[in-house]
Design a protein around this ligand. Sequence first.
Ligand SMILES: Nc1ncnc2c1ncn2[C@@H]1O[C@H](COP(=O)(O)OP(=O)(O)OP(=O)(O)O)[C@@H](O)[C@H]1O
Length: 301
Amino acid sequence: MPEQNQPETAGEHQLANPADEVTEINPDVDIAPEDIGVPAVSEGEKLLEVDQVTLRFGGVVALNEVSFHINKGEILGLIGPNGAGKTTCFNVMTGVYQPTSGAVRYLGKPLGKRKKFQITKLGIARTFQNIRLFANMTALENVLVGVDAHHSTGVISAMFRLPKHRTEEAQGYARAMELLTFMGLDGKADELARNLPYGDQRRLEIARALATSPQLLCLDEPAAGFNPAEKARLMELIRTIRDQGYTVLLIEHDMKLVMGVTDRIVVLEFGRKIAEGSPAEIRDNPAVIAAYLGVDEEDAS
Ligand SMILES: Nc1ncnc2c1ncn2[C@@H]1O[C@H](COP(=O)(O)OP(=O)(O)OP(=O)(O)O)[C@@H](O)[C@H]1O
């Protein structure tokens, strides 16, 4: 979506209605990758595949036969000018939209018509271009919501405080604190999300996404509104996240950050894939230069 309304300060974010979001996570439905009948992939093998995906909104073709894949353990950049289809691509991969045609395969199997919470359970997590935290919950509680996505005990166990539930609760708390510490937010665990500075809110969103124990972490413009020092810190953080075993898909407009942190880059323009390659290849690609500079491809070469 266009980014002219990108928030600059903490008070201006669009914060989600907690009730809306909590319904996405259903502790009574437990779907693990092994439930779709495939083994986890090894480093360097295909984790997710977007195969000839087209998505139409009425007359607008937001994605036009787009194909690419993400290898386990890599940082893949998804770039393109405003309106190119990047966020729509995230939305198709995370169950917000069904493709008009084509398929998204995860661990070799189509995602099909799985709902958002089921896709979260399968191991795909995302952050949003406009931060969506639970404004009136603390930082710790926000992360605990993510941890809860994988709890196997339900309402009955919670009501009677059965031992298994208490164990999961303690483990969840420890994991949430670990993630807050990892993000440098452990000193702010008890602060309300809405009172955190902008950069902390962005990091908290990543912590909440990681709390769902994803195999694939999709970050939608995580550096929006950051100053150069914060961007440099974020680059380090993304590398560290990958080094911890996560696979990362990154939408980002800041070219220095994208070129500096990704292993490969896919470029969209007007809903079509126009290039794919290493950062060096993409930097020198005439079609990419033309797309960003708005000049004819021939003039750019
Ligand atoms: N819900 C929707 N209904 C109708 N059209 C939509 C919808 N969502 C996106 N679009 C259109 O689909 C196209 C792709 O939009 P998308 O937000 O995916 O682009 P983007 O590359 O993420 O852009 P940006 O960098 O500005 O966020 C645009 O033309 C946009 O107007």
